[in-house]
Design a protein around this ligand. Structure first.
Ligand code: AMP
Length: 543
């Protein structure tokens, strides 16, 4: 047929070009590793992105080459996102909390040509230098005055930009061009790369901006505590300029008091991050007796947000939106904004719904299946593995045919490894990672459910439930608690609390105390480490 619509490829750089003209008041506020606060508009970031692209041209970076980052949330990191993808290269964000071995594996697997590091990570790079590829160029994200003394041959970011033209002839890229790369560390084997395209990234930004519009609106000030090295900070560097919101980048200090002070000083309206971070902020809010001024919404995801935390924020008048997603999904899959009819429900019921993982975003399809792969009903009870499909979901893993072969089912759906129920309103409830579920006498026990309830006990700072082997029941739950104060809770009192919501046979058999829970590189409780730590644990009645 003739006379239809134009076909302009979706382009990441187009977001920043648009924001620099359409949202002149918005930009990026950054707490710098140098110690001060820096401000730039999106128009300035666009111009500096151009200077960076010229600089990378001069370093020999071409189409498809990987430019890696090892950096906190800040404006230079943001400029790299755009400059690198805009010139047709791939921005590869590395999680600095990974082990040295995993980091080296990733750098090698991605065949990174350039590595951009914050000042904080220079010692780490020096320690690893012998094992790094010889031709890897290291750029330090600072100016000449702050360049560290080092035996390594380090390039200075500001010098790379200095004197370069502030416009660039951005190439007209096919929208399926690779733009960004992020590795996800599974529980076994090497990390696997999710390779995002211009198309998937722009589509994700558009759907996130439309759906999470309470947070993403013109004039908003958004604090991404979620790192730019963890699934592109949930897409915020793309969705915020699109919506005309300013990003407030916290730099390296993420404790409750530092975040509170920054939020109050900058008038942050919405803050995004994992539950662990919000526990710190909640404690600070309780200490100071009120939330930071102007704080409207908290986005929480990455692991299950405990109901007690959600209620704490909501009682202070802060809307909590509980979201679920994963690296392979760009990452946002669902959001917990209540639908209109739900807003008329009693407060308690609203809080229960808010602690679920919420409804799907446009463009993300979900199904749950049984062990044979047959679809299960969305009735809030049937529990099965969650599969997803959509334009923002990976179709395989970067340069990894073996893992790619196993990623999709025969109908092209991606297996998330999460076990879930979906209710008749489309609300997802993640019960566990498939390998974290506890199977007792052939019946499943959800560790997330138990943890959520135990978190409501005022004597508990954090907790985790893991499966331990049992001769009769196969597996039974062990509860591991980090106590809040000196007075530790007893197993009996926690059983009493749990019995209000769960069946007797689901109660944890034993209670252990630890000083802190081991975390993974993305801030989730590492059940793998806990299971190793408590391997061979003797339950009281297991003889
Ligand atoms: P990542 O790829 O590191 O973002 O991890 C994705 C995994 O984190 C998911 O497959 C879930 O197991 C878990 N996850 C993310 N968000 C939530 C949530 N809101 N509640 C429970 N688990 C979550």
């Amino acid at each position: 047929m003739h006379g239809m619509m134009m076909n302009q490829p979706l382009s990441i750089m187009e977001i920043l070009r648009y924001a620099s003209g359409a949202h002149p008041g918005a930009g990026i506020v950054s707490v710098r590793t140098e110690g001060d606060i820096h401000r730039e508009t999106y128009a300035e970031a666009y111009a500096r992105g151009a200077q960076l692209a010229h600089g990378l041209d001069a370093l020999g970076i071409g189409r498809g080459d990987r430019v890696a980052t090892l950096a906190w949330n800040g404006y230079r990191h943001f400029e790299i996102y755009y400059g690198v993808s805009g010139m047709g290269a791939v921005c590869h964000t590395i999680n600095p909390r990974l082990s040295a071995e995993q980091m080296l594996y990733i750098i090698g697997h991605a065949e990174d040509k350039v590595l951009c590091v914050d000042l904080t990570f220079v010692p780490l790079i020096e320690a690893l230098s012998e094992h790094l590829p010889r031709n890897l160029k290291i750029v330090v994200l600072t100016d000449r005055a702050h360049m560290p003394d080092s035996r390594l041959d380090l390039l200075c970011y500001e010098e790379i930009l200095a004197g370069k033209p502030d416009t660039y002839d951005w190439p007209h890229l096919d929208e399926q061009t690779a733009a960004a790369l992020c590795y996800t560390s599974g529980t076994t084997g090497h990390p696997k790369g999710a390779l995002y395209t211009h198309r998937s990234t722009v589509m994700h930004a558009m759907t996130v901006a439309i759906t999470l519009n309470k947070s993403l609106k013109e004039g908003a000030k958004i604090l991404p505590v979620v790192p730019l090295f963890h699934v592109n900070a949930w897409g915020l560097p793309y969705a915020a300029p699109l919506a005309g919101a300013t990003l407030v980048m916290p730099g390296p200090k993420l404790d409750g008091a530092s975040l509170y002070d920054l939020m109050e000083a900058e008038g942050v309206t919405s803050a995004w991050g994992v539950p662990t971070v919000w526990m710190g902020l909640r404690a600070e809010i309780e200490k100071r007796g009120r939330p930071p001024k102007g704080f409207e919404q908290v986005m929480v995801g990455g692991s299950a947000a405990p109901r007690s935390m959600i209620e704490g924020f909501e009682k202070d008048g802060i809307d909590v939106c509980h979201a679920w997603g994963m690296t392979e999904m760009s990452p946002v899959g669902t959001h917990g904004q209540l639908s209109e009819p739900m807003k008329a429900l009693p407060w308690d019921e609203q809080m229960r719904l808010k602690s679920l993982q919420g409804r799907r975003l446009f463009g993300v399809e979900m199904k749950i299946v049984d062990e044979q792969g047959a679809p299960l009903p969305h009735d809030g009870t049937a529990m099965g593995e969650l599969f997803v499909r959509g334009n923002t979901v990976v179709s395989g893993y970067f340069n990894n045919p073996e893992a790619s072969d196993k990623a999709l089912d025969s109908e092209g759906w991606f297996g998330t490894g999460d076990v879930a129920t979906i209710n008749d309103h489309g609300f997802l409830s993640i019960q566990d990672r498939s390998k974290d579920l506890i199977k007792s006498g052939g019946e499943w026990i959800s560790s997330i459910d138990l943890e959520n309830i135990v978190m409501a006990c005022p004597k508990v700072a954090s907790c985790a439930v893991i499966a331990v082997a049992h001769p009769k029941w196969d597996e039974r739950p062990l509860l591991i608690v980090v106590p809040k104060g000196d007075e530790k809770p007893t197993l009996e009192e926690l059983h009493e609390l749990l019995l209000e919501s769960v069946a007797k046979w689901q109660l944890p058999d034993a209670l252990e105390f630890v000083q802190e829970l081991p975390l993974t590189a993305t801030g989730k409780v590492s059940k793998l480490t806990l299971r190793k730590q408590f391997e061979g644990y003797q339950l009281p009645d297991a003889d």
